[in-house]
Design a protein around this ligand. Structure first.
Ligand code: HEM
Length: 411
């Protein structure tokens, strides 16, 4: 048995956030478990170990928080779905899942498809666009708050609030400190909304507030649950969609492959999530002494389970930095997590992404990128803006000619 090798670098400086692939490669090469000197915790950077740990929630627990700073974990642990274990986690997950069942999602599907066509027509008409503001944000920002039941007022702050929550899940650096007041605003708004019973009827949020009224969950847990549903559902999908448009602008051959065979869309989206890993990492705490590939980790240790490093593991994904919409095992990525805490909203995220990509492949011939500005967030990777010109596909302009609502005709 050996001690974990040390890795000295800060993984959350601006430079690291902009491009971490070198850090990921170096950590994977060092060993199955690495001691991060900068963050004072272990890191699992390899695919097989991250997957095994995610599957074993009894040994690698979430109930002591999944963030990277002791201060945040102390406050948030045990409060929401993401940061609970065992029976309580199952109960909260059932409450959330009952409103995201395939049957419920089918009802949302129609709305998503219509919205995707409208958005695709709009951007083709505009041509010069910001692919983040005009495309990536368009669907999540209309679909998700409705589904969660977030009241109309306060929606204009959602992106800032959700981003702040993810910054706080990272280490307590300057970025997290700046985010604290905004995250607090979100909690205060959610608490007030839950207390006043203002969640939209027939929504996930309304179900939470009802469950609290019936005494099935503690009333003061309701607002934390609402934030726990909302925060992970916006930036994640927006980040993945932004990554898709950036990747397709850099790899026109992959866009043409998708246009030639639209049945590749689900695999292409998996490949985007694998390469971009919208959530870089969350952490776990060990509930007993464990040995991971010969390296001992004591009980009570905090480990980063590094989804992004695992998703670039060359032993799992040959030529891992290549973008290949036909990659045979793209669906094995850990970008949605895995095991008991695996993403509860991935059905919705996939639905939004597939609808948008399908609407765009018949309309867009080529993505010409002018300027890409990264969004520097501790946990969420992605773009703040992507200035582009869209080159319409032959026939796409025809779909728009003579009518302001070409999408109507198509429906
Ligand atoms: C591309 C988009 C998305 C990505 C990449 C993503 C990623 C993830 C990941 C990595 C986890 C695992 C957390 C862990 O291991 O502790 C997770 C959990 C979760 N996600 Fe997502 N997510 C996405 C979209 C969504 C959406 C749209 C929703 C809501 C409608 C959502 C709701 C949740 C919830 C509630 C959990 C906690 C599940 C639990 O702890 O049991 N996510 N997500």
């Amino acid at each position: 048995m050996t001690k974990a090798p040390s890795y000295p670098h800060d993984l959350f400086t601006d430079e690291s956030l902009i491009d971490s692939t070198g850090h990921y490669r170096a950590m994977r090469a060092l060993g199955p478990v690495v001691w991060s000197v900068a963050h004072e915790m272990y890191v699992l950077p390899r695919y097989a170990d991250v997957r095994t740990a995610l599957a074993d929630a009894e040994t690698f627990c979430s109930g002591k928080g999944v963030g990277l700073s002791p201060l945040f974990n102390e406050k948030a642990a045990g409060r929401n779905l993401l940061m609970t274990d065992g029976a309580l986690h199952l109960k909260l997950r059932k409450l959330f899942a009952q409103d995201l069942t395939p049957r419920r999602l089918r009802r949302v599907q129609e709305q998503v498809d219509e919205q995707a066509l409208r958005v695709a027509d709009d951007v083709v008409r505009k041509r010069d666009i910001d692919a983040v503001a005009d495309l990536a944000r368009a669907l999540p920002l209309t679909i998700v708050p409705d589904l969660i039941g977030w009241p109309e007022d306060g929606r204009e702050h959602l992106l800032t609030w959700a981003g702040a929550t993810f910054d706080l899940l990272g280490p307590m650096n300057a970025r997290a400190q700046c985010a604290a007041p905004q995250a607090q605003e979100m909690f205060a708004f959610a608490a007030q909304t839950a207390e006043e019973g203002r969640m939209l009827p027939d929504s996930v949020g309304a179900a939470v507030v009802e469950a609290a009224r019936r005494g099935e969950i503690e009333p003061d847990r309701a607002s934390a649950l609402l934030v726990g549903y909302l925060a992970p559902s916006l930036d994640t999908t927006i980040s993945a969609l932004g990554a898709a448009f950036w990747l397709f602008s850099q790899h026109p051959d992959q866009w043409q492959a998708l246009r030639a065979d639209p049945s590749l869309v689900p695999n292409a989206f998996n490949e985007v999530v694998r390469l971009s890993s919208p959530i870089r990492t969350f952490s776990r705490v060990t509930t007993r002494d464990v040995i991971i590939d010969g390296i001992s980790v004591p009980e009570g240790a905090r480990l980063m389970l590094h989804y992004a490093a695992a998703n670039r593991d060359e032993t799992q994904f040959p030529d891992p930095d290549a973008f290949d919409v036909r990659r045979p095992n793209a669906g094995e990525h850990l970008g949605f997590g895995f095991g008991p805490h695996g993403c509860a909203g991935q059905g919705l995220a996939r639905m939004e992404a597939h609808a948008l990509l399908e609407a765009l492949i018949s309309r867009v011939e080529r993505w010409e990128l002018h300027e890409a500005t990264p969004n520097l967030n501790n946990i969420i990777s992605g773009w703040a803006s992507l200035a582009m010109t869209l080159h319409p596909a032959e026939g796409a302009a025809m779909q728009l000619v003579g009518t302001d609502t070409a999408a109507e005709g198509e429906r």
